[in-house]
Design a binder for this molecule. Structure first.
Ligand code: HEM
Length: 198
């Protein structure tokens, strides 16, 4: 499974999960379950897309090359998962505004809203034509800044919940793991570039 078919399959699975959770609990609690579940699927898909190039640098092989080839399609699946997170949040804000404002605040809205703007820009430039229109340098800058901003957004959201149980520690370990993999690959690349220049 490769390319847009992979995005299609992952999106269908995400829709099926959402439908199942809402059918099981067709109320505000069901929406909250969808918000939490999609935050977690988003985190896993984001971590996969974020680490793909670094993993092939550190451990080249058939699996990491498949992963790297499909980075864009996994990234778009992350955007789809996070669009469901947003849709469920909007539904919650409509149905129970009081509960919505006890779960969030204007500062989070602005900071997390910025993550959504960056995610939208990164998704819109994930197609050959739009990427070419933006140019390689600007594309790299947008995806570098956007990727780390989203990483920080996840780290803050998970960090706030560490006292709520081991699942949050596991999610934080995954986030720290992909950051370390990226930084090690980056330092290896720059050492190689310096050696070539010398
Ligand atoms: C305007 C934008 C956003 C709002 C208003 C928002 C709001 C919320 C709320 C209310 C919850 C808790 C749901 C509950 O306990 O019932 C939640 C969970 C979460 N959100 Fe968002 N969110 C937004 C964007 C984001 C972004 C951009 C990220 C990360 C990039 C993110 C990551 C998470 C995570 C990791 C959780 C924890 C899920 C869990 O408990 O397992 N959210 N969000």
């Amino acid at each position: 499974m490769n390319g847009w078919r992979l995005t299609g399959l992952l999106s269908l699975l995400l829709l099926a999960m959402t439908a199942y959770l809402l059918a099981d609990e067709p109320d505000v609690e069901g929406l909250r379950t969808v918000i939490r579940a999609t935050a977690r699927t988003s985190l896993i898909l984001f971590a996969m897309a974020f680490a793909a190039s670094a993993l092939v640098e550190l451990a080249p092989g058939a699996v990491t090359r498949w992963h790297r080839r499909n980075r864009r399609y996994i990234g778009v699946s992350f955007a789809f998962s996070h669009a469901i997170h947003l849709a469920a949040l909007v539904a919650l804000a409509q149905i129970d505004p009081e509960l919505f404002w006890t779960l969030t605040n204007p500062t989070t809205l602005v900071l997390a809203g910025t993550a959504y703007l960056l995610l939208a820009a990164m998704t819109a430039t994930s197609f050959d034509r739009t990427a070419a229109w933006l140019g390689a340098r600007t594309w790299r800058l947008l995806h570098l800044v956007g990727g780390w901003y989203i990483w920080i957004s996840f780290a803050v959201a998970i960090g706030k919940r560490l006292s709520q149980g081991p699942v949050y520690w596991a999610l934080m370990a995954l986030l720290l793991g992909v950051a370390i993999v990226r930084l090690v690959a980056m330092s290896r690349r720059s050492r190689r570039a310096r050696a070539v220049a010398a």
